[in-house]
Design a protein around this ligand. Structure first.
Ligand SMILES: Cc1cc2nc3c(=O)[nH]c(=O)nc-3n(C[C@H](O)[C@H](O)[C@H](O)COP(=O)(O)O)c2cc1C
Length: 356
Protein backbone atom coordinates (compact mmCIF):
# COMPACT_ATOMS: atom_id res chain seq x y z
CA UNK A 1 0.00 0.00 0.00
CA UNK A 2 1.42 3.38 -0.97
CA UNK A 3 1.80 6.10 1.58
CA UNK A 4 -1.22 8.46 1.48
CA UNK A 5 0.89 11.58 1.32
CA UNK A 6 3.19 10.34 -1.44
CA UNK A 7 0.25 9.05 -3.47
CA UNK A 8 -1.64 12.33 -3.25
CA UNK A 9 1.40 14.49 -3.94
CA UNK A 10 2.25 12.42 -7.01
CA UNK A 11 -1.33 12.71 -8.31
CA UNK A 12 -1.39 16.46 -7.67
CA UNK A 13 1.82 16.83 -9.68
CA UNK A 14 0.26 15.09 -12.70
CA UNK A 15 -2.43 17.80 -12.69
CA UNK A 16 -0.01 20.69 -12.24
CA UNK A 17 -1.10 21.24 -8.63
CA UNK A 18 1.04 21.75 -5.54
CA UNK A 19 -1.70 20.47 -3.20
CA UNK A 20 -4.15 17.55 -3.70
CA UNK A 21 -7.20 19.79 -3.27
CA UNK A 22 -9.79 20.50 -5.94
CA UNK A 23 -12.57 23.03 -5.67
CA UNK A 24 -15.86 21.23 -6.35
CA UNK A 25 -17.77 22.42 -9.40
CA UNK A 26 -20.88 24.14 -8.06
CA UNK A 27 -23.30 25.39 -10.70
CA UNK A 28 -24.68 28.74 -9.60
CA UNK A 29 -22.14 29.08 -6.77
CA UNK A 30 -18.74 29.14 -8.45
CA UNK A 31 -17.77 32.68 -9.46
CA UNK A 32 -14.31 33.00 -11.10
CA UNK A 33 -13.04 34.77 -7.93
CA UNK A 34 -13.33 31.52 -5.94
CA UNK A 35 -11.47 29.42 -8.50
CA UNK A 36 -8.78 32.08 -8.90
CA UNK A 37 -8.12 32.04 -5.15
CA UNK A 38 -8.02 28.22 -4.94
CA UNK A 39 -5.76 27.94 -8.00
CA UNK A 40 -3.38 30.60 -6.68
CA UNK A 41 -3.01 28.56 -3.50
CA UNK A 42 -1.94 25.52 -5.55
CA UNK A 43 -5.31 23.74 -5.92
CA UNK A 44 -7.57 23.28 -8.92
CA UNK A 45 -10.30 25.75 -9.89
CA UNK A 46 -13.72 24.54 -11.03
CA UNK A 47 -16.82 25.73 -12.76
CA UNK A 48 -20.15 23.92 -13.04
CA UNK A 49 -21.44 25.12 -16.41
CA UNK A 50 -24.88 23.48 -16.20
CA UNK A 51 -26.82 26.72 -16.47
CA UNK A 52 -24.34 28.65 -18.66
CA UNK A 53 -24.73 29.17 -22.41
CA UNK A 54 -21.47 28.86 -24.45
CA UNK A 55 -20.47 32.56 -24.48
CA UNK A 56 -20.78 32.66 -20.67
CA UNK A 57 -18.53 29.59 -20.39
CA UNK A 58 -15.89 31.27 -22.57
CA UNK A 59 -16.12 34.52 -20.58
CA UNK A 60 -15.80 32.65 -17.25
CA UNK A 61 -12.64 30.85 -18.42
CA UNK A 62 -11.18 34.08 -19.86
CA UNK A 63 -11.63 35.82 -16.51
CA UNK A 64 -10.02 32.89 -14.67
CA UNK A 65 -7.04 32.85 -17.03
CA UNK A 66 -6.61 36.64 -17.11
CA UNK A 67 -6.07 36.46 -13.33
CA UNK A 68 -3.34 33.83 -13.78
CA UNK A 69 -5.47 30.73 -13.12
CA UNK A 70 -4.12 27.55 -14.73
CA UNK A 71 -5.38 24.17 -13.48
CA UNK A 72 -9.10 24.03 -14.10
CA UNK A 73 -11.98 21.57 -14.11
CA UNK A 74 -15.14 22.30 -16.08
CA UNK A 75 -18.22 20.23 -15.25
CA UNK A 76 -21.46 19.39 -17.00
CA UNK A 77 -24.31 17.00 -16.18
CA UNK A 78 -25.08 14.35 -18.74
CA UNK A 79 -28.52 15.19 -20.14
CA UNK A 80 -31.68 13.56 -18.81
CA UNK A 81 -34.26 12.12 -21.19
CA UNK A 82 -37.18 14.54 -21.62
CA UNK A 83 -39.40 14.44 -18.53
CA UNK A 84 -42.89 12.99 -18.50
CA UNK A 85 -45.29 15.86 -17.89
CA UNK A 86 -48.38 15.64 -15.68
CA UNK A 87 -50.45 18.83 -15.84
CA UNK A 88 -52.61 18.05 -12.78
CA UNK A 89 -49.61 17.17 -10.60
CA UNK A 90 -47.78 20.30 -11.73
CA UNK A 91 -50.81 22.42 -10.84
CA UNK A 92 -50.72 21.05 -7.29
CA UNK A 93 -47.00 21.93 -7.06
CA UNK A 94 -47.69 25.44 -8.42
CA UNK A 95 -50.45 25.97 -5.82
CA UNK A 96 -48.11 24.75 -3.07
CA UNK A 97 -45.29 27.04 -4.24
CA UNK A 98 -47.64 30.04 -4.27
CA UNK A 99 -47.65 29.77 -0.45
CA UNK A 100 -43.86 30.30 -0.50
CA UNK A 101 -43.34 32.80 -3.27
CA UNK A 102 -45.10 34.56 -6.15
CA UNK A 103 -47.82 32.85 -8.20
CA UNK A 104 -46.15 30.38 -10.56
CA UNK A 105 -47.11 30.86 -14.23
CA UNK A 106 -48.47 27.80 -16.02
CA UNK A 107 -45.52 27.84 -18.43
CA UNK A 108 -42.84 27.93 -15.69
CA UNK A 109 -42.25 24.19 -15.97
CA UNK A 110 -41.44 24.44 -19.70
CA UNK A 111 -38.00 26.03 -19.12
CA UNK A 112 -35.32 23.89 -20.80
CA UNK A 113 -31.60 23.76 -19.93
CA UNK A 114 -29.04 25.10 -22.45
CA UNK A 115 -28.05 22.75 -25.31
CA UNK A 116 -25.71 20.02 -23.99
CA UNK A 117 -23.73 19.57 -27.24
CA UNK A 118 -23.06 23.31 -27.57
CA UNK A 119 -22.03 23.56 -23.90
CA UNK A 120 -19.71 20.58 -24.32
CA UNK A 121 -18.10 22.18 -27.40
CA UNK A 122 -17.52 25.36 -25.41
CA UNK A 123 -15.92 23.42 -22.53
CA UNK A 124 -13.63 21.56 -24.92
CA UNK A 125 -12.69 24.74 -26.79
CA UNK A 126 -11.54 26.22 -23.47
CA UNK A 127 -8.99 23.35 -23.07
CA UNK A 128 -9.32 22.93 -19.28
CA UNK A 129 -7.14 20.46 -17.39
CA UNK A 130 -10.18 18.22 -16.93
CA UNK A 131 -13.84 17.97 -17.79
CA UNK A 132 -16.00 16.17 -15.25
CA UNK A 133 -19.24 14.34 -15.81
CA UNK A 134 -22.01 13.73 -13.32
CA UNK A 135 -25.38 11.89 -13.46
CA UNK A 136 -24.05 9.39 -15.98
CA UNK A 137 -21.26 8.89 -18.52
CA UNK A 138 -20.49 10.94 -21.60
CA UNK A 139 -21.13 9.25 -24.97
CA UNK A 140 -18.02 7.47 -26.42
CA UNK A 141 -17.57 10.10 -29.13
CA UNK A 142 -17.35 12.85 -26.51
CA UNK A 143 -14.78 10.82 -24.58
CA UNK A 144 -12.72 10.39 -27.77
CA UNK A 145 -12.80 14.15 -28.38
CA UNK A 146 -11.60 14.86 -24.84
CA UNK A 147 -8.72 12.40 -25.22
CA UNK A 148 -7.75 13.85 -28.63
CA UNK A 149 -7.66 17.33 -27.08
CA UNK A 150 -5.50 16.18 -24.15
CA UNK A 151 -8.26 17.01 -21.65
CA UNK A 152 -8.65 14.57 -18.76
CA UNK A 153 -12.05 13.04 -17.97
CA UNK A 154 -13.04 12.93 -14.30
CA UNK A 155 -16.22 10.87 -13.88
CA UNK A 156 -18.43 11.31 -10.82
CA UNK A 157 -19.62 8.04 -9.28
CA UNK A 158 -21.82 7.52 -6.22
CA UNK A 159 -21.38 3.74 -6.04
CA UNK A 160 -18.99 0.97 -7.06
CA UNK A 161 -20.98 -0.09 -10.13
CA UNK A 162 -20.95 3.44 -11.55
CA UNK A 163 -17.20 3.74 -10.88
CA UNK A 164 -16.50 0.46 -12.72
CA UNK A 165 -18.57 1.60 -15.71
CA UNK A 166 -16.72 4.92 -15.81
CA UNK A 167 -13.31 3.27 -15.61
CA UNK A 168 -14.24 0.88 -18.42
CA UNK A 169 -15.44 3.82 -20.52
CA UNK A 170 -12.01 5.49 -20.27
CA UNK A 171 -12.25 7.86 -17.29
CA UNK A 172 -8.87 9.20 -16.10
CA UNK A 173 -10.06 9.51 -12.48
CA UNK A 174 -13.19 8.79 -10.46
CA UNK A 175 -14.80 11.44 -8.29
CA UNK A 176 -16.27 9.33 -5.48
CA UNK A 177 -19.20 11.41 -4.27
CA UNK A 178 -20.35 10.39 -0.80
CA UNK A 179 -23.89 10.95 0.43
CA UNK A 180 -22.55 13.70 2.74
CA UNK A 181 -21.95 15.94 -0.27
CA UNK A 182 -23.76 19.23 -0.68
CA UNK A 183 -25.73 19.85 -3.86
CA UNK A 184 -27.12 17.31 -6.28
CA UNK A 185 -26.29 13.63 -5.94
CA UNK A 186 -24.66 12.30 -9.08
CA UNK A 187 -26.46 8.92 -9.13
CA UNK A 188 -26.74 7.56 -12.69
CA UNK A 189 -30.16 6.16 -11.81
CA UNK A 190 -32.00 9.25 -10.62
CA UNK A 191 -34.76 7.18 -9.02
CA UNK A 192 -32.21 5.32 -6.86
CA UNK A 193 -30.37 8.43 -5.60
CA UNK A 194 -31.69 8.22 -2.03
CA UNK A 195 -31.72 4.42 -1.73
CA UNK A 196 -28.06 4.13 -2.76
CA UNK A 197 -26.84 7.03 -0.59
CA UNK A 198 -23.46 5.75 0.70
CA UNK A 199 -21.18 7.61 3.09
CA UNK A 200 -17.65 8.46 2.00
CA UNK A 201 -16.02 6.20 4.64
CA UNK A 202 -17.48 3.12 2.96
CA UNK A 203 -17.46 4.46 -0.59
CA UNK A 204 -13.82 5.49 -1.04
CA UNK A 205 -12.12 2.20 -0.10
CA UNK A 206 -14.74 0.22 -2.03
CA UNK A 207 -14.10 2.22 -5.22
CA UNK A 208 -10.33 2.26 -4.67
CA UNK A 209 -10.42 -1.55 -4.51
CA UNK A 210 -12.59 -1.82 -7.63
CA UNK A 211 -10.74 0.41 -10.12
CA UNK A 212 -7.10 1.00 -11.02
CA UNK A 213 -7.37 4.74 -11.71
CA UNK A 214 -7.01 7.54 -9.12
CA UNK A 215 -9.99 8.34 -6.89
CA UNK A 216 -10.91 11.87 -5.84
CA UNK A 217 -13.01 11.93 -2.66
CA UNK A 218 -15.95 14.36 -2.43
CA UNK A 219 -18.50 14.89 0.31
CA UNK A 220 -18.25 16.20 3.86
CA UNK A 221 -14.58 17.19 3.67
CA UNK A 222 -14.37 20.62 5.25
CA UNK A 223 -11.27 20.45 7.42
CA UNK A 224 -7.84 18.82 7.65
CA UNK A 225 -9.19 15.82 9.57
CA UNK A 226 -11.57 14.99 6.73
CA UNK A 227 -8.87 15.51 4.10
CA UNK A 228 -6.40 13.25 5.94
CA UNK A 229 -9.10 10.61 6.43
CA UNK A 230 -10.02 10.58 2.73
CA UNK A 231 -6.39 10.23 1.67
CA UNK A 232 -5.85 7.49 4.27
CA UNK A 233 -8.82 5.58 2.84
CA UNK A 234 -7.05 5.50 -0.51
CA UNK A 235 -8.16 8.67 -2.27
CA UNK A 236 -5.50 10.51 -4.30
CA UNK A 237 -7.08 13.93 -3.78
CA UNK A 238 -10.09 15.61 -2.20
CA UNK A 239 -12.76 17.75 -3.76
CA UNK A 240 -14.21 20.38 -1.46
CA UNK A 241 -17.43 22.29 -2.11
CA UNK A 242 -19.29 23.44 0.99
CA UNK A 243 -15.98 23.99 2.79
CA UNK A 244 -15.27 26.95 0.48
CA UNK A 245 -18.76 28.45 0.41
CA UNK A 246 -18.22 30.81 3.36
CA UNK A 247 -15.07 32.36 1.88
CA UNK A 248 -15.53 35.95 0.68
CA UNK A 249 -14.57 34.87 -2.85
CA UNK A 250 -17.65 32.60 -3.03
CA UNK A 251 -19.93 35.66 -2.73
CA UNK A 252 -22.73 33.68 -1.11
CA UNK A 253 -25.94 35.27 0.20
CA UNK A 254 -25.29 36.25 3.85
CA UNK A 255 -28.27 34.23 5.13
CA UNK A 256 -26.99 31.04 3.43
CA UNK A 257 -23.43 31.59 4.66
CA UNK A 258 -24.59 32.22 8.24
CA UNK A 259 -26.86 29.17 8.23
CA UNK A 260 -23.99 26.93 7.04
CA UNK A 261 -22.00 27.89 10.13
CA UNK A 262 -24.81 26.80 12.45
CA UNK A 263 -25.90 23.54 10.81
CA UNK A 264 -25.07 20.20 12.38
CA UNK A 265 -24.92 17.23 9.96
CA UNK A 266 -28.53 16.33 10.79
CA UNK A 267 -29.68 19.82 9.84
CA UNK A 268 -29.18 18.93 6.16
CA UNK A 269 -31.29 16.53 4.09
CA UNK A 270 -31.68 15.07 0.64
CA UNK A 271 -34.51 16.73 -1.20
CA UNK A 272 -36.01 16.91 -4.69
CA UNK A 273 -37.98 20.01 -3.80
CA UNK A 274 -35.80 22.52 -5.68
CA UNK A 275 -35.06 20.85 -9.01
CA UNK A 276 -36.75 17.44 -9.15
CA UNK A 277 -33.33 15.74 -8.73
CA UNK A 278 -32.11 14.60 -5.33
CA UNK A 279 -29.65 16.97 -3.68
CA UNK A 280 -28.45 17.78 -0.17
CA UNK A 281 -29.57 21.11 1.23
CA UNK A 282 -30.09 22.72 4.59
CA UNK A 283 -33.36 21.55 6.16
CA UNK A 284 -35.01 24.91 5.67
CA UNK A 285 -38.69 25.63 6.36
CA UNK A 286 -39.55 25.17 2.65
CA UNK A 287 -37.61 21.90 2.36
CA UNK A 288 -39.28 20.48 5.45
CA UNK A 289 -42.75 21.54 4.28
CA UNK A 290 -42.14 20.13 0.79
CA UNK A 291 -41.10 16.78 2.31
CA UNK A 292 -44.21 16.49 4.51
CA UNK A 293 -46.53 13.58 3.68
CA UNK A 294 -49.34 15.91 2.60
CA UNK A 295 -47.13 18.02 0.27
CA UNK A 296 -47.42 17.41 -3.49
CA UNK A 297 -44.52 15.28 -4.83
CA UNK A 298 -41.99 17.40 -6.77
CA UNK A 299 -42.23 17.34 -10.58
CA UNK A 300 -39.36 15.61 -12.45
CA UNK A 301 -36.13 17.44 -13.36
CA UNK A 302 -35.95 20.02 -14.89
CA UNK A 303 -39.69 20.83 -14.59
CA UNK A 304 -39.46 21.36 -10.82
CA UNK A 305 -36.47 23.64 -11.33
CA UNK A 306 -38.60 25.82 -13.60
CA UNK A 307 -41.54 25.78 -11.18
CA UNK A 308 -39.38 26.90 -8.22
CA UNK A 309 -37.41 29.55 -10.15
CA UNK A 310 -39.47 32.53 -9.00
CA UNK A 311 -39.47 31.45 -5.34
CA UNK A 312 -35.73 30.86 -5.40
CA UNK A 313 -35.08 34.23 -7.03
CA UNK A 314 -37.24 36.07 -4.50
CA UNK A 315 -35.58 34.28 -1.60
CA UNK A 316 -32.13 35.34 -2.79
CA UNK A 317 -33.24 38.93 -3.39
CA UNK A 318 -34.76 39.05 0.09
CA UNK A 319 -31.89 37.10 1.73
CA UNK A 320 -34.54 34.72 3.11
CA UNK A 321 -33.02 31.38 4.11
CA UNK A 322 -36.46 29.77 4.64
CA UNK A 323 -37.07 29.55 0.87
CA UNK A 324 -33.54 29.80 -0.53
CA UNK A 325 -31.93 26.99 -2.53
CA UNK A 326 -29.33 26.53 0.19
CA UNK A 327 -27.30 23.45 -0.78
CA UNK A 328 -25.06 22.21 2.02
CA UNK A 329 -22.85 19.23 2.75
CA UNK A 330 -23.09 17.48 6.09
CA UNK A 331 -19.84 19.10 7.31
CA UNK A 332 -21.03 22.66 6.64
CA UNK A 333 -20.47 23.76 10.26
CA UNK A 334 -16.74 23.28 9.68
CA UNK A 335 -16.66 25.64 6.68
CA UNK A 336 -14.53 28.60 7.73
CA UNK A 337 -15.35 32.23 6.87
CA UNK A 338 -11.77 32.84 5.64
CA UNK A 339 -10.21 33.69 2.29
CA UNK A 340 -10.23 30.62 0.06
CA UNK A 341 -6.43 30.60 -0.29
CA UNK A 342 -6.07 30.39 3.48
CA UNK A 343 -8.56 27.52 3.56
CA UNK A 344 -6.44 25.58 1.03
CA UNK A 345 -3.28 26.25 3.07
CA UNK A 346 -4.90 25.20 6.35
CA UNK A 347 -6.40 22.03 4.85
CA UNK A 348 -3.11 20.79 3.44
CA UNK A 349 -0.89 21.93 6.32
CA UNK A 350 -3.22 20.22 8.80
CA UNK A 351 -3.54 17.03 6.76
CA UNK A 352 0.25 16.79 6.35
CA UNK A 353 0.63 17.05 10.12
CA UNK A 354 -1.85 14.20 10.63
CA UNK A 355 -0.33 12.04 7.88
CA UNK A 356 3.28 12.53 9.05
C1 LIG B 1 -23.95 24.80 -4.25
C2 LIG B 1 -23.50 23.51 -4.86
C3 LIG B 1 -23.66 23.31 -6.23
C4 LIG B 1 -23.21 22.13 -6.82
N1 LIG B 1 -23.31 21.97 -8.20
C5 LIG B 1 -22.73 20.90 -8.79
C6 LIG B 1 -22.64 20.80 -10.21
O1 LIG B 1 -23.10 21.67 -10.96
N2 LIG B 1 -22.02 19.71 -10.74
C7 LIG B 1 -21.46 18.73 -9.95
O2 LIG B 1 -20.87 17.78 -10.49
N3 LIG B 1 -21.55 18.78 -8.61
C8 LIG B 1 -22.15 19.85 -8.01
N4 LIG B 1 -22.17 19.93 -6.65
C9 LIG B 1 -21.57 18.84 -5.86
C10 LIG B 1 -20.08 19.12 -5.66
O3 LIG B 1 -19.40 19.03 -6.89
C11 LIG B 1 -19.42 18.15 -4.66
O4 LIG B 1 -19.75 16.83 -4.95
C12 LIG B 1 -19.83 18.47 -3.23
O5 LIG B 1 -19.81 19.86 -3.00
C13 LIG B 1 -18.87 17.80 -2.26
O6 LIG B 1 -19.40 17.78 -0.97
P1 LIG B 1 -19.21 18.97 0.10
O7 LIG B 1 -20.13 20.06 -0.36
O8 LIG B 1 -19.62 18.37 1.37
O9 LIG B 1 -17.77 19.40 0.04
C14 LIG B 1 -22.63 21.10 -6.02
C15 LIG B 1 -22.50 21.32 -4.66
C16 LIG B 1 -22.91 22.49 -4.06
C17 LIG B 1 -22.72 22.68 -2.59
Amino acid sequence: MTNARERSEAFAATLGLSVPILLAPMAGACPPSLSIAVAKAGGMGACGVLLMPPPEIAAWVAEFRAAGGKALQLNLWTPDPPPTRDAAAERRVRDFLAQWGPQVPETAGDATPPDFAAQFDAMLAARPTAISSIMGLYPPDYVRRMKAAGVKWFATATNVGEAALAAAAGADAIIAQGAEAGGHRGAFDRDAAERTATGLFALVPAIVDAVSIPVIAAGGISDARGLAAALTLGASAAMVGTGFLRSPEAKLSPAWSNALALAQPEDTQLTRAFSGRSGRSLSTAYVRAASAPDAPPPAPYPVQRGLTAAMRRHATEENDIARMQAWAGQASRLAPARPAGEIVDALWRGAREILR
